[in-house]
Design a protein around this ligand. Structure first.
Ligand code: THU
Length: 133
């Protein structure tokens, strides 16, 4: 998917700016939104550990602040030998604004390592339509 080139560049560019003095694990994330723009975020840790936020949360916050409301594609960028797949909480955060077939790519410095759909990462999920109107 060609949009992943732009997402990879944006996530790789923001990853070094992450504030991760505790885990020393810097993550960057970028998403393509319904307005055609790319929004990026990085993890921001905290001395009160549970208060830290993931890169995906930052990218979603940037998207909402920028005025967009839907995620068309997501990429997560991190280092290390293992896949940097989104944590459970971020899967739910993404699901709020994504469709079941929205692609989610996981990348390392060398490029994309794996691709999933939103529904693969969070099957039988609870979303806005599950709430009574
Ligand atoms: N982290 C992310 O930002 N995104 C992910 O997809 C996985 C984990 C962050 C949270 C924490 O700051 C650090 O990586 C180690 O878990």
């Amino acid at each position: 998917m060609p949009e992943f080139d732009a997402l990879f560049a944006a996530a790789a560019a923001i990853q070094p700016r992450a504030y991760a003095p505790y885990s020393r694990f810097k993550v960057g994330s970028a998403l393509l939104a319904d307005d055609g723009a790319v929004y990026a975020g990085c993890n921001v840790e905290n001395a009160a550990y549970p208060v830290g936020t993931c890169a995906e949360a930052g990218a979603i916050a940037a998207m909402i602040a920028g005025g967009a409301r839907a995620i068309r594609a997501v990429l997560v960028f991190g280092e290390g030998a293992e896949l940097v797949t989104p944590c459970g909480a971020c899967r739910q955060r993404m699901r709020e604004f994504a469709a079941p077939d929205t692609p989610v790519a996981v990348a390392g410095p060398e490029g994309i390592r794996a691709r999933f759909t939103m529904a693969e990462l969070l099957p039988a999920s609870f979303g806005p339509a599950n709430l009574p109107r």
